[in-house]
Write a protein that binds this ligand. Structure first.
Ligand code: PMP
Length: 373
């Protein structure tokens, strides 16, 4: 690591004179990025394989023509938040939107985390919870899930008691494992946690239950429950970068304190608001993907791989007798890209495949069969 002068300017990096050194606590962070390789079958980032409905595109294009692009957008994104609030049966003051749910998570950590504060999470889970915490100078207390990726109440209690986190992160269905936590388990974490419990429901539309029920309920923990959702997966709008949280108005106000003015552009606000008119089309896509997920799971059951039940649009599997990296490369040779999680905490030797269109899933299964034969 570079030596720092008193003002943080590096002096032994070989960088041009006067070039500041990057914050020393960031140097160890490697980032979390799936390679964007040009392939025929892209099953690595849990997007929807289908575009949004044609009717949405037509409505979007025609309203786009009337946007005042010379003016700043509605800073409070009222129309979009109203539509989201209505769809979840909550008040507009309970919705905060940002550029993807990653930015929602970052806003939460800017508002509630920071130096001297701790967040808790249970690995294996979504890597960005820890990564964003670290970039905001927040300490991470990482507990473990059980060997089959469930939450263990004793471990949860141990971590919460020892670290008194300002935020406890859950992810249900959990990425990369696919498991959804049962509602009673989430309720018990909320009852026990000292601060906010943020439930990341990026894949929530695939799950049988939602922590929105806790948040809308009358329990003592309802006001400390935060649900984070995204338009990137089931809504087929990863390119738009739109996510949001549902929470008590105090949490929304806290996130607004750290959001930059006009951070949500007008086109994105429009895209999200119009998407909510096409719930049934979205549900049709979820049903198709759920069926395909079952087909992939059945095929994996006959192969030399370890797998776990998934309630999301992806499946985690661990090849037996052949290394994950080798299988990943074999698949890539057949122009099929899956996610290599083999070095992530708690899922050593695993790969994750996103459920695609039937033809894409066939290509994946054929290539996998060949690799493992
Ligand atoms: N949460 C989880 C659990 C995810 O898997 C992802 C996407 N990989 C995100 C949040 C971030 O999604 P986005 O920023 O596209 O909304």
């Amino acid at each position: 690591m570079a030596d720092l002068t008193a003002d943080g300017v590096g002096n032994d990096t070989g960088a041009p004179v006067g070039m500041p050194a990057v914050r020393p606590d960031l140097v160890a962070l490697t980032g979390y990025h799936s390679p964007q390789i040009d392939v025929e079958v892209r099953l690595n980032t849990n997007e929807s394989p289908l575009p949004p409905p044609d009717a949405w595109l037509q409505a979007f294009q025609s309203e786009l023509a009337h946007l005042d692009f010379n003016r700043y957008p509605d800073r409070e994104a009222v129309a979009l938040r109203e539509a989201l609030a209505e769809s979840h049966g909550v008040d507009l003051s309970q919705i905060f939107c940002a550029n993807g749910s990653n930015e929602v998570l970052q806003s939460l950590m800017l508002a509630y985390g920071g130096p001297g504060r701790t967040v808790a999470l249970f690995e294996p889970t979504y890597t960005l919870h820890g990564q964003i915490a670290r970039t905001t100078g927040t300490t991470v207390a990482a507990g473990r899930r059980t060997d089959d990726f469930r939450l263990d109440p004793d471990e949860v209690g141990r971590v919460l008691d020892a670290h008194q986190p300002v935020i406890t992160f859950l992810c249900s269905p959990n990425n990369p494992t696919g498991r959804a936590d049962p509602p009673e388990m989430i309720e018990s974490v909320v009852a026990r946690a000292p601060g906010l419990v943020v439930v990341d429901e990026a894949y929530g539309q695939f799950a049988p239950s939602s922590a929105l029920d806790i948040l809308r309920g009358a329990s003592a923990g309802a006001a400390r429950t935060v649900v984070v959702r995204t338009f990137s997966k089931t809504w087929s709008m990863a390119g738009a970068r739109l996510g949001y949280l549902v929470a008590t108005p105090e949490v929304v106000e806290a996130c607004e304190l750290v959001a930059l003015p006009y951070h949500l552009d007008a086109a994105k606000q429009l895209a999200g608001r119009l998407a909510l008119d096409y719930v049934s089309e979205m549900e049709t896509r979820v049903a198709m993907l759920t069926e395909e997920r079952g087909r992939i799971a059945a095929a994996l059951a006959g192969l030399p791989v370890e797998t776990w039940p998934s309630e999301a649009n992806f499946i985690l599997f661990r090849p037996i007798k052949r290394s994950a990296r080798q299988v990943w490369t074999d698949l890539l040779d057949k122009s099929v890209l899956v996610r290599d999680c083999s070095e992530w905490p708690g899922v050593t030797g695993c790969l994750r495949v996103t459920v695609g269109l039937p033809g894409e899933n066939d290509r994946f299964l054929e290539a996998l069969n060949e690799s493992l034969r």
